[in-house]
Design a protein around this ligand. Structure first.
Ligand SMILES: *Cc1c(COP(=O)(O)O)cnc(C)c1O
Length: 427
């Protein structure tokens, strides 16, 4: 591939290439990237940005990591892909074993998926088919909380926040789900059962129709970057058990250390019946996600008419993605990531605190490696985006949120570049 001149690249990009959540034609400006190394993104014009986004929570060990590159190259030399129907291979099996070891003990079965949205679809299909196999096909709806985000495919969308999730566009086709109020008690707040009252009420009234509750434990990500009480997760687990409803936790954003625990559900000391993981699992290399479940659930698929689980993506358990993910988890194992995240949390708290003095700022919140400045008014994305670049950092503000979740390997002085930019941008 010979590189195009930058102006030509941008012209074709504007005319033909559809970007995420973008208009076409006439999208907002994009910044052409030449390469990326460690926590730095190098633009075609030679500017270098400190990455505050980890490429949407994925690239926890930085770009162009020699060990991840090596793992990919070694695997390319053996095979980049084989179908997973009827075949199996070292990368998938070893990664599955590693995931079973890392996740809460009840989770023993691993279903590999090609993206987070698919992992959510798979989780929801698993729950529906579980009840179907048990002779309760009427249990096929889902209970969730407002303010969530679970991906952009249809059933994942059906459990996203009904307002920010653009339900009005797809109302005719989205399955109707049950929405409890947004959890209000913050992460460090004192628990009060009233916070989960609407969730409980929906269970009381509709548990006969509900297959599972599904939500993001402790951190609501793209739906609003909110941190809420682990006691909510703990109580939800109890209520699901009480009313005979499965619990699906979506840890696609929170998994693998981001909140200070390996999985956010560990803050609440609960295990779900079904767990969705993705994003950081991949090391930011190529798309990979997984849905894990318990022997109790999976064994139902070995009985009855609709025995097998009806799902099997073409690129399921892609060997390259699995080999890199395995090395990414080995990397995570090779240093004290817990203290690294604690340091990041302390630094984000200290250095973002001055944002509170700005009249533009409604709230500043930090948990683990996530720093959020919530503004009073929505940002002009194009303006804010280029101001971030002018400050030498890569952030992707949306709505009223200016936020960062940097790679774990970021150095304190590089993290300061990000926090200084965030402080400056809220002046
Ligand atoms: C990103 C995300 C998804 C969707 O993952 P994709 O890989 O983008 O399909 C689902 N759930 C949560 C919590 C996410 O953050």
């Amino acid at each position: 591939m010979n590189p195009l001149p930058t102006d030509q690249l941008l012209a074709i990009d504007r005319q033909h290439v559809w970007h995420p959540y973008a208009a076409m034609p006439n999208p907002l400006p994009t910044f052409p990237v030449k390469s990326a190394q460690g926590v730095h993104i190098e633009l075609e014009d030679g500017r270098t940005l400190v990455d505050g986004m980890s490429s949407w929570w994925t690239c926890i060990h930085g770009y162009n990591h020699p060990r991840l590159n090596q793992a990919a190259q070694d695997q390319i030399g053996r095979m980049s892909h084989v179908m997973f129907g009827g075949l199996t291979h070292q990368p998938a099996v070893q990664l599955a074993q590693r995931l079973v070891d890392l996740t809460p003990p009840p989770l023993q079965q691993v279903f590999f998926c090609d993206s987070g949205s698919v992992a959510v679809e798979v989780a929801m299909k698993m729950a529906i088919q579980y009840w179907y196999n048990l002779g309760k096909p009427e249990k096929h709806r889902f209970l969730t909380v407002r303010g969530g985000y679970h991906g952009d495919t249809f059933d994942a969308m059906s459990v996203c926040d009904p307002v920010t999730g653009m339900h009005h566009l797809f109302n005719q086709v989205l399955r109707q789900q049950y929405f409890a109020n947004i959890p209000q008690i913050p992460f460090w707040g004192v628990w009060n059962d009233t916070d989960i009252q609407s969730f409980e009420q929906l269970l009381v009234e509709n548990h006969g129709k509900i297959a599972a509750a599904i939500f993001e434990p402790v951190v609501q990500g793209a739906g609003g970057m909110r941190f809420y009480s682990p006691d909510y997760v703990r109580r939800a687990r109890e209520l699901c058990d009480q009313y005979g409803v499965l619990l699906i936790l979506d840890e696609i954003a929170t998994g693998f250390g981001r909140t200070g625990q390996m999985f956010a559900c560990e803050h609440a000391r609960v295990a779900p019946d079904i767990l969705c993981i993705g994003k950081a699992l991949s090391g930011g290399f190529m798309s990979l996600a997984a849905t894990l479940t318990t022997p109790h659930i999976s064994q139902v698929f070995s009985q009855g008419d609709a025995g097998v689980f009806m799902h099997g993506p073409t690129f399921m358990a892609n060997p390259l993605a699995c080999a890199v993910a395995l090395e990414n988890l080995a990397l995570l194992d090779s240093y004290d990531w817990r203290s690294k995240i604690q340091q990041m949390e302390a630094q984000l708290k200290a250095e973002l605190a001055p944002c509170r003095e700005s009249p533009l700022v409604r709230e500043v919140r930090v948990l683990g490696g996530i720093g959020v400045v919530e503004l009073r008014e929505p940002v002009d994305m194009a303006v804010m985006q280029s101001r971030c670049v002018d400050h030498g950092v890569w952030l992707r503000p949306f709505g009223k949120l200016l936020y960062t979740m940097p790679p774990y390997v970021i150095e304190p002085r590089e993290l300061s570049c990000i926090t200084q930019a965030m402080v400056a941008l809220t002046r």
